[in-house]
Design a binder for this molecule. Structure first.
Ligand code: UT7
Length: 336
């Protein structure tokens, strides 16, 4: 049978570091409030003209370089982002052009914080049916330009950051009975649209004619709106649930997990997920302190850094889980 394996990872965050004190100088907030509520100490923001496709491209080039491959060796590009360079076409084609390849299919995935897992699910299905052998999967976000960096937007402006992470996936033939064979064991994804407006950006939207007006802007409808407590409540129950679902599907238990990478939404959320699962600190990876919430990019960035820090050895069991706007959520299990 064919199993999806991880060849390499890459990441890119903008050079510009924005500390909590920097934010406190432009809006009514404090370093203490942000650290206490979210664990975030700093995040990165792009410089003018730096796009999500640029970050995604740099992360992809790092992943390609580490695998000893070139962009031309990739059969398909999947880009997860909630902050595309433009309304259309998707960020994938801009990345493809910057990578210098043509006639490679590009799919944009719009599933916010769960975008990386949704993209992984599609990539895995394509790889296992033999449609594509090598898939470049990227999560890239530029939040800073969409945040309302003022008192009215402080509840979300302090949480989100810019960045990109990439993984190179390849189908490999494995013996079905070999339980130790490296690769993706499963991906489970979910959604519940009843909560769509609990974390969203309403405008611009083609539902309106025209899709954006001065009145919309004046009413603050272009601002990310979040019912923080509701998101928090659902995130802390859905992620442990999704991890257990993944373990059950593979006949494994929590004791088998060597490293859990939760989507980096809030350090308090990650700590509650860790507690709910009874995992020790050395078995959970967090880096939200340095990057804030980079939505679709948070898992591949954290995966890249955890590998570089030697947190996962060959043969180890890696678990990914995410929750976010939609609501959408999911989990993946990977034998490393
Ligand atoms: O990937 C999914 C993305 N989102 C999330 O995962 C977010 C989930 N939610 C959360 O992480 C938390 O709900 C937050 C960190 C966003 C907020 O923490 P909270 O403990 O739920 O605070 P709150 O929203 O209930 O607000 C408490 C107070 C309010 O003031 P009053 O009404 O008590 O006077 C807010 O106006 O904190 C105020 N506040 C702030 N104060 C200083 C809101 N934002 C800020 C801020 N600085 N940036």
């Amino acid at each position: 049978m064919i199993r999806t394996t991880f060849l390499s990872t890459g990441m890119r965050v903008p050079d510009r570091v924005v500390t909590n004190d920097d934010l406190a100088s432009i809006m009514d907030t404090t370093d203490e409030w942000i650290r206490q509520r979210s664990g975030i100490e700093e995040r990165r923001w792009v410089e003018e003209g730096e796009a999500g496709s640029d970050l995604g491209c740099a992360a992809s080039e790092m992943a390609l370089d580490r695998a000893g491959l070139e962009a031309a060796d990739v059969d398909c590009i999947i880009v997860a982002t909630l902050s595309p360079d433009h309304f259309f076409p998707g960020t994938g084609v801009f990345m493809q052009r910057k990578l210098g390849v043509s006639d490679v299919p590009c799919l944009d995935v719009r599933n916010q914080c769960s975008g990386f897992l949704y993209g992984l699910s599609v990539a895995d299905a394509w790889i296992r049916v033999g449609q594509y052998r090598r898939v470049l999967l990227v999560g890239t976000e530029v939040h800073s330009t969409g945040l309302h960096r003022n008192d009215a937007g402080r509840d979300t402006a302090v949480l989100f950051g810019d960045g990109a992470g990439a993984v190179l996936l390849e189908g490999r033939e494995v013996d079905e009975s070999d339980e130790t064979a490296a690769g993706l064991l499963s991906v489970h994804i979910h959604a519940d649209g009843r909560h769509a407006e609990k974390l969203w950006v309403e405008v611009p939207g083609s539902k309106y004619d025209p899709l954006i007006t001065h009145e919309h802007i004046d009413a603050g409808l272009t601002r990310p709106m979040m019912e923080g407590r509701e998101v928090f409540k659902h995130a802390t129950s859905r992620m442990p649930e999704a991890v257990r679902e993944a373990l059950d599907a593979n006949g494994l238990t929590i004791d088998d997990i060597d490293l859990l990478i939760p989507h980096q939404a809030n350090l308090r959320i990650s700590q509650m997920v860790q507690r709910a699962l009874g995992l020790t600190d050395d078995r959970v990876y967090n880096n939200i302190q340095r990057y804030g919430n980079t939505t679709a990019a948070s898992i591949p960035i954290a995966l890249h850094e955890s590998l570089d820090e030697g947190r996962l050895s060959p043969g180890g069991l890696l678990c990914l889980t995410a929750f976010g706007s939609g609501f959408t959520w999911g989990s993946a299990l990977i034998r490393w």
